[in-house]
Design a protein around this ligand. Structure first.
Ligand SMILES: Cc1cc2nc3c(=O)[nH]c(=O)nc-3n(C[C@H](O)[C@H](O)[C@H](O)COP(=O)(O)OP(=O)(O)OC[C@H]3O[C@@H](n4cnc5c(N)ncnc54)[C@H](O)[C@@H]3O)c2cc1C
Length: 586
């Protein structure tokens, strides 16, 4: 493998969304040499699409403190979240927001000049009391503002970018320590070995597993699949968040901020349906609760139009509020539906949105795996942060506004740990040539042209199987068929070819590599869901409607070699008392 281009850095970051860029900035400012690889230009990462905002107990609008935020997050997670990581995140939140402000993020403002905060789902004052207002927003384009500011700061700090390079697989030494990755330049197809003392995965979620999704085409779970292939099991993959308000039939997101500003859902009878499902929090109950409510209304014949959606009403808010606080979603509705939400309601239905599961880490961003009798031991030099990671602050259900917070807090935490690691490990280690050869084989595999299964046809089938067999409501039979179907699809990968001889672009190779990655994530999701015989957060089983803390208050771990395993939830916070599991009502 002597002829492949090699580059050396202290630290490699795969992914240039908010998680990757926050980590990169911290490292570059500490004078580490840092490379960021991204398959799209950095500011096109999915973070750019985040609308509603980022949670922090600033108490600018209503009373608040980090401990209430922690309680809401633990409750929102349906008690599957790890409480040490949740405490760490909620405590760090205000600082993370002020840092962003200093990086140049133009947050919306209150009349007194402080940062605007809106109410979001699952937020309360005083451990389950009145609604809180905790979500810091830049109108409904918060992710755009954050990602662009972080990118500009990284340019200033001299982070090295590999733009439009696709990371194929992790590379290791003979003892199995990760020492970087193989990537290839999508423009000319040239491979490059990036050697690094530490590698941080920040590759985002796998929303493309589903047919209807709010996620960008690039969210194909590449990093999760790379981890799986490197022998790291994926954690809690059965928990996939369906956002209650995707535009019906299309999936584009209408931010929860629309309900935070006072919008509400109505069924075909014109009834404000959430009053029945969540008498107190109503439309600002947790996402899993609202998604189930909408799916139930439709199933029981109270859907609007053709019976397959409900309506989100905003017109009573008045054009001024909508234009000031929700300009982006107004434009989306006008462009794609010909509906102005200032005048008419928006047809909505739950749509795939967020991967709660992912690469298991501790609160320092270190990837952790079970070793012999210990549930988790850090893997030297390998880190993960952001949506691809499972730290786990979201448990079985993420609260809106907590993901932007997660990516920034744990992107920074991982970088701080990496800086320590670099202080102790000054030299590069030699790579195992076999590891390079294996990654090259996989890359070359997706160069095979000729007749065979088509990438796009198989991907379409995969998305349909996931949507039909692993959606908002699940049961044994539906998922058993799902497992059979996805196993059969995975076998057909062998017959996939990227097309005939003429006119093949590297993007066809990218799509094939992404399909293989999606398939691995789909297998993990379907198998983990089939095995969990309880209802918790986003995993809702009609045949096991109750949460079962005795048996199931534990994280699942799915690996390609050994199938499923489990490990305990970290119920002990750092400095405060645990929140013990309670029935979860809103
Ligand atoms: C429409 C929408 C709205 C949202 N709104 C909010 C909100 O208001 N508040 C909130 O808290 N959360 C929100 N979320 C969730 C939140 O935005 C995401 O979870 C978060 O931004 C993910 O950030 P990330 O850094 O982990 O990954 P991403 O931003 O997804 O970035 C992933 C990066 O990895 C790179 N990458 C992936 N695979 C490869 C590969 N093989 N090779 C090279 N590079 C690769 C990509 O190029 C990209 O740079 C929203 C999500 C969506 C989809």
């Amino acid at each position: 493998m002597a002829d492949i281009k090699r580059r050396q850095f202290d630290s490699l970051i795969i992914g240039a969304g908010g998680g990757g860029l926050r980590a990169a900035l911290q490292l570059a400012q500490a004078d580490a040499s840092v490379a960021v690889v991204s398959k799209v230009f950095p500011t096109r990462s999915h973070t750019v699409a985040a609308q509603g905002g980022m949670n922090a107990a600033l108490a600018n609008v209503l009373p608040d403190n980090w401990h209430w935020h922690m309680f809401d997050t633990v409750k929102g997670s349906d008690y599957l979240g790890d409480q040490d990581a949740i405490e760490y995140m909620c405590r760090a939140a205000p600082k993370a927001v002020y840092e962003l402000e200093h990086f140049g993020v133009p947050f919306s403002r209150l009349d007194n000049g402080s940062i605007y905060q809106r109410p979001f789902g699952g937020q309360s004052q005083n451990f389950g009391g009145e609604q809180a207002a905790r979500t810091c927003a830049a109108a409904d384009r918060t992710g755009h503002a954050i990602l662009h500011s972080l990118y500009q700061q990284n340019i200033r700090a001299k982070t090295h970018f590999f733009d439009e390079y696709f990371a194929v697989d992790l590379l290791k030494d003979e003892e199995g320590q990760v020492l970087g990755a193989l990537a290839f330049n999508i423009h000319d197809g040239e491979p490059v070995i990036i050697e690094a003392k530490t590698t941080l995965m920040a590759t985002g979620g796998a929303g493309q597993l589903y047919r209807t999704t709010t996620n960008a085409l690039i969210n194909t779970g590449d990093g999760m699949a790379m981890a799986l292939r490197a022998g790291v099991p994926l954690q809690d993959m059965e928990f996939f968040q369906f956002h209650p308000t995707g535009i019906a039939g299309h999936g584009m997101l209408i931010t929860e901020g629309a309900r935070g500003e006072g919008g509400y859902l109505v069924n075909a009878d014109g009834e404000r349906l959430m009053e029945r499902y969540a008498p107190k929090a109503k439309d600002l109950a947790s996402r899993d609760v609202v998604s189930r409510a909408i799916a139930t209304e439709v199933r029981e014949g109270r859907g609007c139009g053709d019976g397959n959606h409900v309506m989100l009403k905003l017109d009573h808010l008045g054009e001024d509020v909508i234009q000031k606080r929700l300009p982006g979603i107004r434009q989306t509705c006008i462009t794609f539906l010909g509906i102005d939400p200032a005048e008419a309601p928006i047809p909505v239905f739950p749509t795939a949105h967020y991967t709660m599961g992912g690469i298991p880490t501790n609160r320092y961003g270190q990837v952790v795996v079970p070793v012999k009798d210990t549930p988790e031991e850090p893997v030297t030099g390998l880190y993960a942060a952001g949506e691809c990671a499972c730290v786990s602050v979201h448990g079985a259900n993420r609260l809106g506004g907590n993901s932007l917070l997660d990516i920034l807090v744990f992107g920074r935490a991982a970088a701080n740990h990496i800086i320590e690691h670099l202080g102790e490990h000054r030299y590069h280690k030699p790579m195992d040539e076999n590891s390079i050869e294996q990654a090259m084989q996989r890359l070359n595999r997706w160069q095979q042209t000729g007749e065979g299964e088509s990438v796009s046809a198989l991907r379409t089938e995969l998305k349909a199987v996931m949507e039909e067999h692993c959606s908002v409501f699940r049961n044994e039979q539906v998922m058993r068929h799902g497992v059979e179907k996805i196993e059969a699809l995975a076998k057909r990968l062998d017959d996939v070819r990227i097309g005939d001889q003429s006119n093949i672009f590297n993007t066809a190779r990218v799509e094939a590599l992404e399909l293989e990655n999606l398939m691995n994530c789909g297998l993990a999701t379907m198998h983990s869901a089939y095995a969990r015989e309880e209802s918790r957060g986003a995993h809702s089983r009609i045949d096991f409607p109750e949460r079962d803390d005795k048996q199931w208050m534990r994280h699942s771990l799915y690996s390609l070699e050994n199938g499923l395993d489990y490990k305990p939830v970290r119920t002990k916070p750092i400095s405060v008392d645990s929140f013990p599991p309670k029935p979860r009502v809103y």
